[in-house]
Ligand binder design. Structure first.
Ligand SMILES: [Fe+2]
Ligand SMILES: [Fe+2]
Length: 286
């Protein structure tokens, strides 16, 4: 069986994935148009009241620095800017497709969500340190980088557990264990979902290349940020990525980021508080 066939087989077994609501496609289009006004976005979101309520709750969390002071989407855009609100909308819509409290027998599923939040938070801190303009894209990229693992765990728990147990027994990496057992990885599953859900290109590239950042083309810097954040989250033992090993950092990505020792220390120092504040995203469906 060729590589492609193996991925197809794994994906075929996933069955029916949830779909993204039409409203998010409409909002993404609006937000990528520089002439769109805050009022137009507010109006588009208000057509989905459930999502609108969640977004208002999130933008009022301590994570964004204006707790309890934002009353409408329009107001949020004026205060926080398009980029932040756009990314909150995207993240909320995707996370609301999942039951974040769903258990997978034999696996600490909440730990995987915590790993995701940790990687998002650390990615945002790295972006801030190096002056990368897409801080919020780094956060969302980190939060959703292992989307393929989440879907695999929730939709094919037995096959997912096989990978986890094999990695555990061999003291190896989850990624290598996936290759050994399925000949395909969470990167392939994640990329398939990104295509199906028509996710923004930069996010799709992070999902596809957080283990191979030098292959991310125009989005190499963003992929490198998430690649390093994934490794730092493991070093900090924040959450459960599915294995206990720490992958080797890609040297080209590392040198492109150009972080000093002082900057790394500051990231470590700030990460705990940042992860805690960002954990509001895990309550999005409560
Ligand atoms: Fe990964
Ligand atoms: Fe990860």
């Amino acid at each position: 069986m060729g590589q492609h066939d193996k991925i197809e087989k794994l994906i075929a077994n996933l069955g029916e994935l949830p779909t993204l609501p039409v409203v998010i496609q409409k909002i993404n289009a609006l937000l990528s148009n520089p002439r769109t006004t805050a009022a137009e976005v507010g109006q588009a979101i208000s057509t989905d009241q459930a999502i609108a309520t969640k977004i208002i709750r999130l933008v009022n969390s301590a994570l964004y620095g204006f707790p309890g002071r934002i009353s409408t989407i329009t107001h949020a855009i004026v205060i926080l800017g398009f980029s932040t609100v756009k990314n909150v909308i995207l993240t909320t819509t995707i996370l609301s497709r999942f039951d974040l409290h769903k258990n997978v027998q034999g696996f600490d599923m909440m730990g995987l969500w915590k790993h995701s939040v940790a990687v998002g938070s650390i990615a945002r801190l790295i972006a801030q340190e190096i002056g990368f303009r897409g801080k919020e894209e780094a956060f969302v990229g980190g939060l959703l980088h292992d989307l393929g693992k989440v879907v695999h765990a929730l939709y094919l728990p037995e096959s997912f557990l096989q990978v986890v147990n094999n990695a555990h027994e061999k003291h190896g990496l989850f990624y290598d264990s996936e290759m050994e057992i399925h000949g395909a990885t969470h990167v392939d599953i994640g990329s398939w979902i990104a295509e199906k859900w028509n996710l923004p290109n930069d996010l799709a590239m992070v999902i596809a290349h957080h283990h191979t950042p030098t292959k991310a083309g125009n989005h190499m810097l963003l992929a490198s940020i998430v690649h390093l954040a994934d490794i730092l989250a493991r070093a900090l033992e924040a959450g459960n990525p599915g294995d206990q090993s720490i992958p080797v950092v890609d040297l080209e990505a590392w040198s492109q980021l150009g972080l000093t020792e002082a900057q790394i220390l500051r990231i470590f120092e700030l990460s705990e508080g940042e992860i805690e504040r960002a954990s509001v995203f895990l309550q999005v469906n409560d």
